[in-house]
Design a protein around this ligand. Structure first.
Ligand code: PRT
Ligand code: ZN
Length: 285
């Protein structure tokens, strides 16, 4: 039987989000993740647990068919894979940073300086684009200590909350790129595997739509139903049910999370009462 081989990080900042997404898509794992691979239940897939840096290469070589990595790793490793979909978790940015008291105040001041990083490829591209001539010093970890020990005048590293920079006396000079977990695929998937991927993508998109939308229920006088229906168009149109109370209706619809706060005042003004907003688990479009 054809199986989709999915590479995910064995342990680290991508692991939890990757496993959660797959579980929400119905891919439960048969045996623990303390092994190299594991069989999925209810979906023809096998999970491979790897170091994130190795995932682009395994996908390119066809050892895995698809994989979940940070976009920073995808860009840095530059393998011949295809980006399928951003996944919305493990968000971070790649930034240049310098000591708080440094003379370097803008990227152009980096000319002739040395920058420590674990992402030389992405940095080199940025420096070229900006026409900055700086020396790139590649190190594999603890990049943030480089300015303090005199190894470099600046760093280029991943920033999330900014607390690592702060506790090392560093400030951000510029954000070069944003990153999040992404799904990558081998460029030469067989027709059968492409079908399996389509089916997985359909599930992922349903999970994403669900988390971006909420189910909303409210009561309103019948005279307000038209106005409220325009504010809450939903997937097709809202459901309107009569209440036992004479002249009143209950309106049910779906609302985008980001629109919710902007329309809530308009709903109340139109006469909506007893507004309930509940999460949606899956949304099939
Ligand atoms: O063992 P393996 O090689 O698989 O894992 P790893 O140690 O190389 O990677 P890991 O698990 O640390 O990160 C995996 C991916 O998570 C990265 O490639 C990014 O895409 C993403 N990610 C999200 C982060 C962060 N947030 C993050 N904060 N990766 C690293 N950090 C580090 C950063 O390097 C810095 O040291 O956290 C520090 C900064 O964090 P703040 O919150 O103090 O700003
Ligand atoms: Zn790594």
């Amino acid at each position: 039987m054809t199986q989709l081989k999915i590479a995910i990080q064995k342990s680290g900042r991508l692991m939890e989000g990757s496993l959660r997404l797959l579980a929400e898509c119905g891919l439960k794992i048969q045996n623990g993740k303390n092994q190299l691979k594991s069989q999925a239940i209810d979906f023809p897939a096998e999970l491979l647990f790897l170091r994130d840096d190795d995932i682009p290469e395994y996908v390119q070589d066809g050892v895995a068919d698809i994989g979940i990595v940070g976009d920073n790793v995808r860009l840095e490793k530059g393998k011949n894979n295809e980006m399928v979909l951003p996944l919305g978790f493990s968000k971070c940015r790649l930034s240049l940073a310098v000591s708080r008291d440094s003379d370097i105040k803008k990227p152009e001041d980096l000319n002739g300086k040395r920058i420590a990083t674990s992402y030389p490829v992405i940095l080199e591209k940025y420096l070229e684009e900006k026409n900055i001539s700086a020396e790139i010093h590649e190190i594999s970890g603890s990049v943030e200590i480089a300015p303090g020990i005199g190894l470099a005048q600046a760093i280029f590293d991943i920033v999330s909350t900014g607390s690592t920079l702060l506790s090392n006396g560093l400030v951000e000079l510029a954000t070069v790129a944003k990153s999040e977990a992404v799904l990558i695929k081998n460029k030469n998937l067989s027709a059968e595997k492409s079908l399996l991927l389509e089916s997985l993508l359909f599930r992922i998109k349903s999970v994403h739509s669900a988390s971006n939308n909420k189910y909303i229920l409210l009561n309103a006088p019948n005279s307000a139903v038209d106005t409220i229906s325009e504010l809450l168009p939903g997937m097709e149109s809202p459901t309107v049910l009569p209440l036992k109370k004479e002249g009143w209706s209950s309106i049910h619809s779906v609302v985008n999370e980001s629109d919710f706060w902007t329309i809530i005042d308009q709903l109340k003004e139109a006469g909506a009462r007893g507004i309930l907003v509940v999460p949606i688990e899956k949304m099939i479009l």
